[in-house]
Design a protein around this ligand. Structure first.
Ligand code: SAM
Length: 281
């Protein structure tokens, strides 16, 4: 997988891409991802290397000009815009923007199937609209807040997508068991369960589309706080049920919207009723 990042601050990425999973995936031995940084100023033609200009119609701030952005992305040899928007290519060009579709684990999963991801980082008041109209095939936001530039968003996307590439994590099962990730036993309502199937993960470690359950490690007691007995007992069925209950509790408390997307089993529905009755949320 090749990531190409278009930015006026290439040095910004020194650091975020040099640690942990992303660093390992980049290393020659792993060779899972390649990251190329493109300095937008290299694609300007004037002596001041100007990338921005005042907005037509007046208003605050400056806007990134279209010419250097088109020149840069076109120089990369990505598939034509028409093929990309028709879904006929495994190249994608993303414009980071607070006005974009929300970046979620599902979007990360979709992007993990690409061959090449080009990310355009905006700055100032934003980017000339023709970039969104005819150069990028999607606009992505990493959250409902405004950052000063797209670089943090590009790093977030790169990290989340990299860990979904087979071989990037030490333990492949980890990516299947995390928050937001529906296991094969826990599908979204759009793909209802077949008769006899249950949405409760059958392993001791699966959050199945909910927020992750709580994790504990040694020491067994810390500052007067003990690890729950059930986790020390070795009864896998009890551990699975406890984790599911905790995942449901946390999801009900912090992200009830996620629960609405899930096809819950009878066991889950009973647990939700118990949690509500116990007023733990
Ligand atoms: N005027 C824009 C608006 O109100 O929607 C905000 C521009 S912002 C200050 C500058 C750049 O930061 C954007 O062009 C975009 O690339 C990036 N950016 C800001 N917030 C973002 C977010 N939530 N997700 C992704 N990119 C973001």
């Amino acid at each position: 997988m090749k990531f190409e990042i278009v930015t006026i601050f290439p040095d910004f990425f020194r650091g975020p891409l040099d640690y942990g999973v992303v660093r390992r995936a980049r290393q020659e031995a792993a060779g899972l991802i390649e990251i190329v940084l493109h300095d937008l100023r290299e694609f300007t033609t004037d002596k001041h290397r100007t990338v921005d200009d005042r907005p037509f119609g007046g208003g605050e701030g400056m806007v990134l000009k279209p010419e250097p952005l088109f020149k840069c992305v076109e120089s990369l040899g990505v598939a034509p815009y028409s093929e990309r928007v028709a879904g006929k290519s495994r190249d994608t060009v993303i414009l980071l923007s607070p006005q974009g579709e929300m970046f979620t684990q599902d979007v990360a999963q979709e992007l993990a199937g690409m061959e090449r991801i080009v990310m355009i980082c905006g700055r100032y008041e934003g980017v000339d609209e023709r970039v969104s109209e005819a150069l990028s095939d999607r606009e992505i936001s990493i959250g409902d807040y405004v950052l000063s530039g797209g670089e943090l968003g590009a790093a977030v996307i790169l990290d989340a997508v990299t860990r979904l590439i087979p071989g990037a994590l030490g333990n492949e099962a980890s990516a299947q068991q995390e928050s937001f990730t529906a296991s094969n036993l826990n599908r979204r309502k759009a793909t209802p369960l077949a008769a006899g199937e249950t949405s409760v993960p059958d392993s001791t470690c699966g959050s199945g589309g909910l927020l992750d359950y709580p994790h504990y490690t040694r020491p067994a007691e810390f500052n007067g706080m003990a690890v729950p007995d059930v986790l020390m007992g070795g009864n896998h069925d009890q551990i699975r049920k406890w984790r599911r209950r905790k995942a449901l509790e946390k999801t009900l408390r912090n992200r009830p919207d996620l629960l609405e997307q899930q096809e819950l089993s009878a066991e889950d529905r009973k647990l939700v009723a118990e949690i509500r009755a116990s007023k733990r949320i």
